[in-house]
Each structure stands twice: as structure tokens, then as C-alpha cells.
Design a protein. Structure first.
Length: 180
């Protein structure tokens, strides 16, 4: 048995096996989509990122080598990079025409509980690296070692990000409580 539970599927994808792609997409899509939604705050954009992640998997599976990193680490890193590409493009978009202003509130049928919504808003307000660390550990259920590997930092640096991120979230949520 290999140390990476996805190794055989990735090898089969690299060999062009469409059934392996379906299996891996079914296994990974919910987590990749959740990661992208939390990073981008936009379900449609997150779906595009998830799709591009799996296109890259299809293209690069034959080049993935066991031992460099676990596949799960690689796919999360690809997703984070694609999210940051989109976030950068949002900041770089300049035009003379103002777009129609959309209501930022979630649709009624997708309305999260009030506390969940407050936490999601607070997550968007903290530093990006802190947000990444918190999402990977608390929402993606990665261990500190896996999250540190994904972020390409030491475990100590990850723990520092988590600590600062939790303090920032606590401060934002406490401030919001005072204003209510």
C-alpha cells in the first residue's frame, strides 16, 4: 500500500483512464469547491476554479511524481494559486464604465445562518495568508503538517499564521458585536 491514497488514480489518469478521472473528481470536487468558495466568496467563480483545477490535473497527471508531495497537497496548491490569480485580476480590472451593482447578499435559497455569514465576512477581512491557513486547517480538515506543506512554509510559521488569524477573527467578530 502506498503512502498516498490517490497515487494509483493519478497514475491511471496520466495513462488516459477516463474512469479514474471521474473517480478522482467525485472524491475531490467537494473539498476543492469549498476551498475556492471560501477563498473567492463567489460560487460561480469557485466552480470555474474547480474546473480549471481538474483540467490541469488531466494535463499534468502523467508528470506528477510520487514523493515530491502528496497529491492532495498538490491539488490544494493548484486551487489556491488559481484563486489568487482571480483575486489579483479583480484588483487589476480598471474601466471607465461602472458595472451594475449586484446585491452582495446571498440568494434567499442559499442564505447561511447568521453566525456562519458573520464568520465568512470576517474571514474575508483578515490577511490572505492567515485566511489560507485557517481555511486549510479548519475547513479543509488538513493537519498542520499537510497545510504547511501546501502553503510551502514550516509548521511553526503555519501555527503563527493560525494564531494571528484566530486573534484577527476574534477582534473583528467582537467589534461587530459591539456595533450591533
Amino acid at each position: 500500500m502506498s503512502a498516498d491514497p490517490d497515487e494509483d488514480l493519478v497514475r491511471r489518469i496520466g495513462a488516459g483512464d477516463p474512469a479514474a478521472v471521474q473517480t478522482l473528481v467525485a472524491r475531490k470536487l467537494p473539498r476543492i469547491l469549498a476551498l475556492a468558495v471560501r477563498m473567492l466568496g463567489d460560487a460561480a467563480e469557485a466552480e470555474d476554479v474547480a474546473q480549471e483545477t481538474f483540467v490541469r490535473l488531466w494535463r499534468h497527471a502523467s508528470g506528477w511524481r510520487r514523493g515530491n508531495a502528496r497529491f492532495d497537497t498538490w491539488i490544494h496548491r493548484v486551487t489556491l494559486n488559481l484563486c489568487y490569480d482571480r483575486l489579483r485580476r479583480r484588483r487589476e480590472w480598471v474601466t471607465d464604465d461602472l458595472p451594475e451593482v449586484m446585491d452582495p447578499a446571498p440568494l434567499p435559497d442559499t442564505q447561511p445562518r447568521e453566525d456562519t455569514w458573520r464568520v465568512e465576512q470576517a474571514l474575508r477581512a483578515i490577511a490572505p495568508r492567515q485566511r489560507e491557513a485557517i481555511i486549510l486547517v479548519y475547513y479543509q480538515d488538513m493537519s498542520n503538517i499537510e497545510a504547511a506543506t501546501t502553503l510551502e512554509i514550516s509548521v511553526d510559521a503555519l501555527e503563527s499564521l493560525l494564531s494571528r488569524g484566530r486573534r484577527a477573527l476574534q477582534a473583528i467578530l467582537a467589534r461587530d458585536d459591539v456595533h450591533e
